[in-house]
Each structure stands twice: as structure tokens, then as C-alpha cells.
Ligand binder design. Structure first.
Ligand SMILES: Cc1ncc(COP(=O)(O)O)c(C=O)c1O
Length: 419
């Protein structure tokens, strides 16, 4: 926990942090001016440009009223569409496969309505046992909606005894085992709890080989690790933009629908006028004519002012590029891992995130007793913000855009003290 080494790493890193472009919360009365913020896996910090971006849309509203839908600098009618290219780059998709809309769980329900088509023989949904609760609620409620018993329809994958993460082979074997009754697989690109990366390509292939649809929750992947959604052949994916993409609390989310479903108009959908073909939308006719591509699943008028911080954030990702960010992320996380291992030599804790940098994103999860009390003490006594998941996991996410090596050193040092 050598502060000089952290300072040197900050100075010499090939990709300097963009910290100056972010609002890093101050720590009034603390022994450092700012928090060491390692909670970007929960809510990313505010890009300073977000304020101007929001104000610009407010100014257009002020100047043009309803005419801003058509005549604004960035006509509001096209605003959601204009973000798709940048979002598509982050998830390895074509812009036409992306819709920026709603929030994650809402998008999940919209897409499950189309892609979960259970029959009496084929009705099971595979998720991981430690799936984010909202995903679990969504698939259980969908199974019940179709008249199935969620306890029977939803299969939860658990790591082998004594292990904390799932191996790809285990997932593939489980999908083969369930193949007679499997309708859909919904897994996270990165586990929210352990930070583990799940392999999208082989798991999607195994889902398809088992006759099932492959859906992905990329909440902890987007802006964190590279994903190749299109090439993987995944059927659909959903995510939020308020974690690593820094678009603000409850920011509009994203959805991917693979190109091969772009014109699958026979699929049932919960329709709304924003998914209608723009060529006929304003004819106000009673029949729904879905537009092609992912935006055919849109339902309602887009929240333009809420899009503005996302636009500001995407500009940063476009400027820096995900490959450079991922390389910096690996350096930061590797450094934090070293320091946490040092803490583990004299204190009772264990890093439960995979050790292989390719099998994790930036987050390191630590299993430790009294996690919630520790998180509070880390913040109040040391100005180190991480988060906890009951009962015994602390999560530290050195996000590469604004976290520094010094933040990592502060976090490890603080953990040593509070333990
Ligand atoms: C992995 C994962 N899935 C789903 C959600 C729920 O997202 P939302 O509240 O935007 O629906 C979250 C939220 O943190 C999450 O981390």
C-alpha cells in the first residue's frame, strides 16, 4: 500500500484518467478532498458535460416548445436513434439492432413477451442462482403469466460445491441436460455479485443447440468489458446505462434484438405508437405496423431530457475507445487485486472474483463478515465509497474513466484499518 507507487502508476499510465471531466463527490472534513469512488458498478459518476447537455435540451424546449421535436439542433424525433451508433459500438452490434428506451427490467419484459414462447414440452428458463433479483422476478412472473409454476419452470444454475463462480463447461452441460424442455436462457454478461464474465459466444451456441432462445443481461458488461453481441448470435439483450456508462440515476436503458429478428413481425409484441413504422406513425391509424429492427419494440415517447447525460457520456466513450479503456481497467483491477491480497494476508477476507483478467471486468468482490457495517465505516472514516451485497460481499469497482491507482491504494489501506 505504497502511496508513492500508486502515484507513480497514475503518472505513468498510458491512458491518463478522465477524472477532471467528472464530478467526484467531495469529502467535507475528511483527510482527502474527495471520496475515493469505487462504486461505479452501482451508479457511475456524473460527467461534467451532462449538465450542459441537459441545459441545452431545456433551452431548446424553452425556445421551440413542441417544434423542438422537428426543428431542434438535434431534432428530438431522432434523438434516441442518434445514440444508437455509439451504444452499438459498446456492445458489438449494428445500430439497427439497438433501441435506447425504458429501463432494463421493462425492456426485459417487452422482449420476453416476444421471445419466451413456452409450450407444454418446452417451457423452462435457465438463469443463474445468484441472478440479479429483478431478472429472477421477471422470468418467474413471465412463467406464471403463461400458466406455469415458476418453481418448476425456472432452473437456477449453481456453481459447484466450494466454488463461487460458474464455469462455461458447467453452463453448457446444464443446457444440454435441460435441452428437452428448455425455452430460454437468460444470463448476465458479467455477474453483479462476483464480477465474473460469462462467455457469451459458447453459451449462446449451447442455448441454440438445446433449441432455446439466448437472452443476455448486460447491465454490468456495457462500458466495462467488450461484448460481440451480433457475432455471438444472441437473440436479445438488455442493459442499463447508469453504471459504467455514467448516464445518471434511472437513465434510459438499452435493448438489442439480433438482425435476424428485425423483420419477425409475426412475434407477439406489446405494442405502442413509438414502435410503429415512422413512415405511418402520424397517420394515427388503429393498426400497429412495427418498424424494422430493435426500435420496433419501443412503446412510448422518448424522455429527451433524460437522454442528454447519456449523449454526454457516450461522447467520452467514443473519444477514448473501449479497447484502451479495457486495457487501463485491467491495470487498475490487477493493482487493486494485489493490494487486497496483501490485506488478506493478515485479515479474514477472500477475493471471490476470478483471478484471470479475461474472466472478470473491473469489479473485485470480496467475501468478508459484516460487509454492510464495513462499507459504512470505509465511507465515513476513510472517504472510500464501495458497496455491499448482503450478507457478506463488498464490491470494489475501479472504473477506468475516473478511478485512479491512488483511489485503489486508499481503498486497500482503509480496508486494512477497518478490519
Ligand atoms: C444485473 C442487473 N440486472 C437488472 C437490474 C435492474 O435494472 P433496472 O432497475 O434498470 O430495471 C440491475 C440493477 O442494478 C442489475 O444490476
Amino acid at each position: 500500500m505504497d502511496d508513492a507507487r500508486a502515484a507513480e502508476l497514475d503518472r505513468d499510465d498510458p491512458l491518463p484518467s478522465l477524472r477532471d471531466e467528472f464530478a467526484v463527490p467531495p469529502w467535507p472534513g475528511g483527510h482527502a478532498p474527495e471520496w475515493a469512488y469505487l462504486a461505479g458498478n452501482s451508479l457511475g459518476l456524473m460527467p461534467l458535460a451532462a449538465r450542459a447537455a441537459v441545459e441545452a435540451e431545456l433551452a431548446e424546449w424553452e425556445r421551440l416548445g413542441v417544434e423542438a421535436w422537428f426543428e431542434s439542433r438535434e431534432p428530438w424525433l431522432e434523438y434516441a436513434g442518434s445514440l444508437r451508433g455509439s451504444v452499438a459500438r459498446l456492445v458489438g452490434a449494428d445500430a439497427s439492432e439497438i433501441a435506447v428506451m425504458n429501463s432494463l427490467t421493462v425492456n426485459l419484459h417487452l422482449l420476453l413477451t416476444s421471445f419466451y414462447r413456452p409450450t407444454r414440452e418446452r417451457f423452462r428458463i435457465v438463469i443463474e442462482d445468484s441472478a440479479f433479483p429483478s431478472d429472477s422476478y421477471a422470468v418467474r412472473s413471465q412463467a406464471a403469466w403463461h400458466g406455469f409454476d415458476p418453481a418448476e419452470a425456472v432452473v437456477r444454475l449453481r456453481p459447484r460445491d466450494g466454488e463461487t463462480t460458474l464455469l462455461t463447461e458447467e453452463v453448457v452441460e446444464a443446457l444440454e441436460r435441460e435441452s428437452g424442455s428448455l425455452a430460454l436462457v437468460l444470463l448476465p454478461g458479467v455477474s453483479y455479485l462476483t464480477g465474473q464474465v460469462l462467455e457469451v459466444v459458447p453459451i449462446t451456441e449451447a442455448a441454440h443447440a438445446a433449441g432455446a432462445v439466448a437472452g443476455w443481461d448486460l447491465a454490468h458488461s456495457i462500458g466495462n468489458v467488450p461484448v460481440a453481441l451480433h457475432d455471438s448470435g444472441a437473440d436479445f439483450a438488455v442493459w442499463c446505462h447508469y453504471k459504467y456508462v455514467n448516464a445518471g440515476p434511472g437513465a434510459p436503458g438499452g435493448a438489442f434484438v439480433h438482425e435476424r429478428h428485425a423483420r419477425s413481425f409475426e412475434l407477439p409484441r406489446l405494442a405502442g405508437w413509438w414502435g410503429n413504422d415512422p413512415a405511418v406513425r402520424f397517420r394515427m391509424e388503429p393498426e400497429f405496423v412495427p418498424r424494422e429492427g430493435a426500435e420496433g419494440w419501443a412503446v412510448s415517447t422518448p424522455p429527451v431530457v433524460a437522454f442528454a447525460p447519456l449523449a454526454a457520456s457516450l461522447e467520452q466513450f467514443d473519444r477514448v475507445g473501449l479497447p484502451a479503456l479495457r486495457a487501463r481497467s485491467m491495470r487498475l483491477t490487477g493493482y487493486l487485486e494485489e493490494l487486497l491480497d496483501e490485506v488478506a494476508r493478515s485479515r479474514r477476507l477472500a477475493v471471490i472474483t476470478p483471478r484471470d483478467p479475461d474472466r472478470r471486468g473491473c469489479q473485485l468482490s470480496v467475501s468478508v463478515e459484516h460487509a454492510s457495517a464495513l462499507a459504512r465505516r470505509l465511507r465515513d472514516e476513510h472517504g472510500v465509497v464501495c458497496d455491499f451485497r448482503e450478507p457478506d460481499v463488498l464490491r470494489f469497482a475501479p472504473t477506468p474513466l475516473y478511478t485512479t491507482f491512488r483511489d485503489c491504494a486508499r481503498a486497500a489501506h482503509a480496508l486494512l484499518e477497518v478490519l
